[in-house]
Ligand binder design. Structure first.
Ligand code: ACO
Length: 335
């Protein structure tokens, strides 16, 4: 079955790359359970931030073993001074002092976890089971920063279809569904480029990008449509080598018969596998509707553009969601 095959492939890759992934939310029972499962499956070496006695109590109650799980109590960490010094240096222009940096490092697991990644004490971080997306993203933006030459941090959902795969394919990528509220044309172009790389590295798929809006090739006019059209012009100017279509509606992007009517000359219409939404409202609503109404598995959001991977969980996540996102993140870390 396709659902299993994507996960099987990701888990296999993750096992091969052997990355260390920090999970900052050790007070969450799901994270403790996931850490044990991550060790059992061998998809990563988990480091969990939390109070050791609390985690051991949870493990005892659940009858699971924490053997192989590294636990760090951040308030007593011997690395606090080193991490605070680095954080103060990184945020000096924003007025960050050593004292303030130390207070944040000793109390905010997302910032401590991100600093572990920055200082190469871990390869990647997965958080968000107990913190809002913006908190996880801020830790990544402020501490890890963007990859050299990359201006935009964005995100992508791997949407694995459980039905109609013969029509739409097994996997579609949706972006940006969780980071940039109102992207500029430049940022939409960046999202398209980053998503093609994610498609290749995580899914092993050659990207065909549709930059979507509510018009197909001039069928309507509005300033919002112009932003998307301009993103297409920017991609052309950049000379990208992947196929893309800008200013296209969702049906023309993925339905062959509609594509034949609305833009028959397009190489992407009707067979796009990366759908770039015009803004966060559309993207966030879009992925949740496909997940709920069409029963698709949504993996992500996978954050793109950070110098090292940090990924964000939904607060409603299950233990398996955590394990799977850790496996995907480990694969990203091996890029
Ligand atoms: N790409 C690159 N750099 C960025 C980005 C970005 N997308 N966003 C912010 N930055 C920069 C900032 O300009 C800032 O730079 P500076 O330090 O040189 O001034 C730096 O990163 C740190 O940013 P902050 O000021 O800490 O964060 P900011 O207030 O800009 O907020 C955030 C960024 C958190 C991503 C915000 O845009 C946000 O809240 N986005 C929406 C998140 C969300 O709620 N998503 C919906 C739910 S997710 C879901 O349902 C799956």
């Amino acid at each position: 079955m396709i659902v299993l095959s994507f996960l099987v492939k990701i888990r296999e890759k993750a096992r091969m790359v052997g990355k260390t992934v920090v999970l900052p939310e050790g007070e969450d029972e799901r994270v403790v359970t996931a850490a044990a499962k991550i060790v059992e499956l061998g998809v990563a070496k988990p480091v969990v931030l939390g109070i050791k006695a609390n985690m051991e109590r949870v493990a005892n109650d659940l009858g699971i073993s924490l053997k192989g799980v590294d636990i760090i109590e951040i308030a007593n960490s011997p690395k606090l001074d080193e991490y605070a010094t680095k954080f103060a240096e990184l945020r000096a222009k924003k007025g960050m002092t050593f004292e303030k940096a130390k207070e944040i490092m000793s109390t905010d697991p997302n910032f401590y976890g991100a600093m572990m990644v920055k200082m190469k004490d871990a390869d990647a971080m997965v958080s968000g089971s107990d913190s809002p997306t913006a908190d996880v993203l801020r830790a990544g933006l402020q501490i890890i920063g963007t990859k050299p030459g990359i201006k935009t941090v964005s995100s992508m959902f791997v949407m694995e279809l459980t039905e109609r795969q013969e029509t739409y394919g097994e996997v579609l990528l949706f972006g940006d569904c969780s980071v940039i509220p109102v992207p500029t044309s430049e940022q939409l172009a960046d999202i398209a480029e980053a998503s093609v790389i994610t498609a290749k590295n995580v899914v092993g798929m050659e990207g065909k990008v549709a930059l979507m809006t509510f018009s197909t090739k001039g069928s309507a006019s509005h300033p919002d449509i112009d932003v998307v059209k301009e993103a297409g012009n920017i991609l052309k100017e950049r000379g990208v080598t992947f196929p893309f279509e800008a200013e296209i509606q969702a049906d023309a992007a993925i339905v062959k018969s509609v594509a034949m009517k609305k833009c028959p000359e397009s190489k992407v219409a009707g067979s796009a596998n990366i759908l770039v939404f015009p803004n966060l409202a559309a993207g966030n609503i879009g992925y949740k509707l496909v997940q709920r109404l069409a029963g698709a598995n949504a993996y992500g959001p996978l954050i793109q553009g950070l110098a090292s991977p940090i990924n964000d969980l939904s607060r409603g996540c299950s233990v398996d969601d955590i394990v799977n996102l850790v496996a995907i993140t480990a694969v990203q870390a091996a890029e």
